[in-house]
Write a protein that binds this ligand. Structure first.
Ligand code: SF4
Length: 963
């Protein structure tokens, strides 16, 4: 029987779902009674005989046996293909959706991926237990089915059902008010991370971009920007496909627990182990991935950078490093002035010389030579030719003013620092590791043919995450692993679909317009094209800091680097005064819209935003399908269609190089609508309201003139796309994206997924920089290593030395280790975090099926020794507190946790805690000032590239038993 053939239940009646469930429960009760009768010596009833008819009551189904109840649950009308689009799970899994009588009855892993390429395993099966019960979420009690308007105070929980027309009219009125008062500065979109690549997220972005109002950068807000990658490689987001893990000899899972957080890809690790790959996990606790590892290394929380640098010290001191690779690919041969710690530049040695020409010392000719590969260099290749640059030594150079100065290669400075501070014996006490363990790890890493560090997003959530990642990349680089199949350092990247970006930002979408745009893009630098997309985004951390008034927490000097006794406030002022970030202190919006983002949950400052930011808003609107913490604090909630009720494309994590379809298997529940229709109709309502009130021209947030009364025209591209055109939009995105060449919606519907045809435009969240083949795993950074193309950094090389003034002031010019700050006060326990196994962010956090697989309420995990020292028994009620806040939860006591280390898995909603205070309220998430730096080559604000991130892994707390 084919999977799409209709099967009918035995008996053949046209049943409703309710009737079926009713019958099932009656049959179950009957069966139980029958068993009782047998147990009492009674006779077995004749199950084939129909249930007795009772006057006035409907006939019961004619079950023959109890097995029919089971059999008849496996029936369907048709099968559609789907996935979970607005879920930030960093995965993409194709599912078959079984539809019966207008609802998705169950889902099944598609298991239809092609055989693996180049001898690697295939992508079957994909999925996680959350996806396997997503259909029940679509009908859960937290599902929003109708537009709602609050009738009590914000957050009071009293709502009235209103029509879409009333909702649009109210919202349009507030938007027109806000624009009248402040132009494009009047409104803001809290664009959460739950985005898709289809018509849905594109519509929210398009609405705000056509309005000329800002959108917050959600990548930084959730602490997912790998700043160490930005600093060193010129991209925060780099990665390859999961099947490439199979080609590794050694995989280091560093602050990464894929067995819990990447369930669909964890099998690649198991398969690699069958091939002989060794797995190392580096984590303070013995977690679910450590169980399957060959080696578990458990440094004290937050001391990982010291471990990485000690490993580099061992490798260099034992001569295990790859000098040829270091010379060619990195800035380690570049000369640094001993007098001021800055790179030697052409501007130093030649009158009028460029500020981005750097030098090395040629050991062949014994003279300084220009380093190739910077933007101002004549040579755009990293190859040195006949030059063999020195890595060690001191040299004298004559400056343009006639003075002489001593210079040394970066590697020389690094080696001295390594030998002074990072010998394993010196690092052992700080990390709690033995020197032998560090040496053994270093030698194993250096000895592997291909060694891979999977660092991912967990490593981004430390205050000094940049230092940790710079040290990790250094380890991968001195061993020549970056750019190698099965090797390197990977933080995670997303393959771009250009069509989605165009839809989000381009007003005119006709063929001629796109051709013109294509020609223009061809002649521009990639950064300029990305900047176009990033226009109207604002850095979320800084924006919340300013408008949420977070000085006491984020800028509290006591919670950050002690080298900054006055805290970061002066740096923030300088950055804003210099215009390095598009954040205006004098412009606070009065209209806020959150789309699937649940900003009050994912911001570490949730309740502080409610106290300080929310009162400034005349109106807060949420677009969501579930009653999230943010929806509860909104004035109007608009019901969005669920995953199985609209057309969308899952975003494409490079780990899974497939376009994955989320199809409209059933009609939207209640009155919910796809986002494309919501924002289309909202644009019409705003334009209509503007016309009624005579509000026409205004200046947007970038000072561009716009017409509010023509917003509908701009959004729809003069009627090119109507409110019900989500399929047409989907085809547009597929057609114009290099990722999906030749693919249309009809073809994608055949299997629900298709291997990508390209890696899209490089840069931004797509830092892969490699050619692509459909028959090869994806390996990042190959253009640099194989083609000698310069990296997108100031020096054109992997840049381990940063001579920005602030980096020099804070002694962070080189990768180094700094003790974690005491965020939240001087308390004995570190409160860490991580993605939970039982939900993707908050989406499944209150779902009954998932709750009953765990303890069902928020728990704080702590080790046996810490629990005993505080007289805390497992599941006791405890108070977790620090200077910033206090939270009530249950204790979960584990022998696998070290002393001083506690953890709350993330994404509990505030309303699940007694007192509605969450563990995130304990995190002051201090600003790191080097992330405010700009005006320095590749360092400066761009969307998801360089800006203050949210950090919570350095939070200090104490835990007390609640009597
Ligand atoms: Fe896959 Fe994400 Fe769906 Fe889970 S929620 S099945 S990881 S797409």
């Amino acid at each position: 029987m084919s999977s799409t053939e209709r099967r009918t239940p035995s008996g053949g009646q046209g049943w409703t779902r309710r009737r079926f469930l009713g019958a099932a429960s009656v049959a179950t009760v009957s069966l139980a009674l029958a068993r009782l009768q047998i147990g009492c010596g009674g006779e077995t009833p004749d199950r084939a005989s129909p249930a007795p008819s009772r006057r006035g009551l409907p006939e019961l189904p004619t079950y023959r046996t109890w097995e029919d109840v089971y059999r008849d649950s496996w029936v369907w009308d048709r099968v559609a293909h789907g996935t979970h689009t607005n879920v930030n799970c960093v995965s993409a899994c194709a599912w078959d959706l079984y539809v019966k009588e207008g609802i998705v009855w169950r889902e099944e892993q598609s298991a239809s991926y092609d055989p693996g390429c180049s001898g690697t395993p295939d992508f079957n099966p994909r999925g996680c237990q959350k996806g396997a019960c997503a259909s029940s979420l679509m009908t859960s009690s937290s599902r929003i089915r109708y537009p709602l308007r609050r009738v009590g105070e914000r957050g009071e929980g009293r709502w009235e059902r209103i029509s879409w027309e009333e909702a649009f009219d109210d919202i349009a009125g507030s938007i027109v008010d806000s624009v009248e008062k402040q132009g494009g500065h009047g409104a803001i979109c809290e664009l959460g991370p739950e985005i898709d690549y289809g018509p849905n997220s594109a519509s929210a972005m398009r609405f705000f971009k056509m309005l000329g109002a800002p959108l917050t950068d959600s990548m930084a807000m959730i602490g997912d920007v790998a700043f160490g990658g930005t600093i060193t490689l010129g991209t925060a987001h780099t990665g390859g496909s999961s099947d490439d893990w199979f080609r590794s000899d050694l995989i280091v899972l560093w602050a990464f627990n894929p067995v819990t957080t990447r369930i669909p890809d964890a099998h690649f690790l198991t398969e690699a182990r069958y091939r002989g790959t060794r797995i190392v996990t580096i984590a303070p606790d013995y977690n679910s991935s450590s169980i399957h590892a060959d080696r578990w290394i458990n440094p004290r929380a937050g001391t990982d950078a010291a471990l990485a640098l000690a490993a580099v010290q061992v490798i260099v001191s034992e001569g295990l490093h790859d000098e040829a690779y270091m010379r060619e690919q990195t800035d380690l041969p570049l000369l640094v002035r001993s007098d001021d710690g800055r790179f030697l530049r052409a501007a130093d040695v030649e009158p009028g010389g460029a500020d981005d020409i750097f030098y090395a010392w040629d050991t062949v000719t014994d003279r300084r030579v220009e380093a190739p590969g910077t933007r101002s260099s004549e040579s755009q290749s990293l190859a040195w030719g006949a030059v063999v640059p020195a890595l060690e030594g001191a040299f004298t150079v004559r400056l343009a003013d006639g003075n002489e100065v001593e210079v040394r290669p970066v590697f020389d400075l690094l080696e001295r620092r390594l030998n002074a501070d990072y010998e394993p014996e010196k690092v052992a006490a700080e990390t709690g590791l033995s020197a032998d363990a560090i040496r053994s790890f270093a030698r194993e890493f250096a000895g592997a043919r291909a060694a891979l560090i999977l660092s991912q997003f967990g490593s981004c959530k430390f205050y000094h995450s940049d230092l940790l990642q710079r040290a990790q990349i250094l380890l991968a680089s001195v061993t020549g692993n970056i750019g190698r199949a099965g090797g390197g350092w990977r933080s995670g990247a997303f393959v771009a679909m250009e069509g989605m970006g165009l839809l989000a930002m381009q007003r005119k979408l006709g063929l001629a317009d796109l051709v013109m745009l294509g020609v223009r893009s061809y002649f521009r630098e990639p950064e300029e094209n990305l900047a176009d997309f990033a226009r109207y985004f604002v850095p979320s951390g800084l924006w919340h800091y300013v408008h949420g008034e977070l000085d006491d927490t984020a800028a509290n000097p006591a919670y950050g680097d002690p080298m900054l006794p006055a805290g970061p406030a002066a740096y923030v002022k300088e950055a804003l005064d210099r215009g390095w970030f598009p954040v205006r202190r004098d412009k606070t919006p009065t209209f806020l819209l959150s789309v699937f983002g649940n900003v009050l949950r994912h911001s570490r400052h949730g309740h502080r935003l409610v106290e300080k930011l929310w009162p400034k808003m005349d109106m807060v609107v949420s677009v969501d399908f579930r009653m999230s913490a943010t929806a509860r604090m909104s004035d109007i909630v608009l019901p969005a269609a669920g995953w199985y009720e609209k057309v969308g494309f899952k975003y494409i994590p490079v780990e899974i190089p497939y376009v994955t379809l989320g199809d409209r298997a059933v009609a939207p529940a209640g009155e919910s609508k796809p986002e494309w229709e919501i924002f289309h109709r909202l644009s019409s309502a705003v334009a209509r309201k503007a016309r009624e009130r005579g509000v026409t021209a205004y200046r947007d947030s970038l000072d561009v003139e716009r017409r509010l009364d023509e917003l509908d025209d701009a959004f729809s591209d003069a009627g090119r796309f109507g409110p019900g055109d989500e399929e047409k939009i989907a085809d547009f995105i597929l057609t114009v994206s290099s990722t999906s060449k030749g693919l249309d919606l009809a073809e994608l519907r055949e299997r629900g997924h298709k291997r990508i045809t390209g890696l899209g435009m490089q840069g931004g969240t797509t830092g892969i920089y490699s050619d692509y083949s459909e028959t090869e795993p994806v390996v990042p950074m190959r253009w640099f290593v194989e083609k000698k193309q310069p990296y997108p950094t100031l020096t054109g090389r992997q840049q381990f030395y940063v001579d920005h003034r602030w980096f020099l002031d804070l002694d962070e010019a080189l990768p180094r280790y700094k003790s974690p700050p005491k965020a939240g006060g001087d308390y004995p326990l570190v409160l860490s975090g991580g993605h939970t196994r039982w939900s993707i962010h908050a989406i499944w956090r209150d779902q009954a099926l998932m709750l009953r697989l765990q303890r069902g309420e928020p728990v704080v995990l702590l080790g046996t020794e810490d629990a005993q020292a505080r007289n805390i028994a497992d599941h006791a009620s405890v108070r977790v507190f620090n200077d910033v806040d206090s939270v009530l939860a249950r204790a979960k006591v584990l022998p696998s946790f070290p002393r001083g280390f506690t953890l709350v898995y993330h994404a509990w909603e505030s309303y699940q805690f007694e007192g509605h205070r969450t563990h995130q309220d304990l995190a002051p998430t201090p600003l790191k000032v080097t992330q405010l730096a700009a005006d320095y080559g590749h360092l400066g604000w761009t969307y998801a590239h360089y800006e203050p991130g949210q950090v919570d892994r350095d939070t200090r707390v104490e835990i007390q038993l609640v009597a």
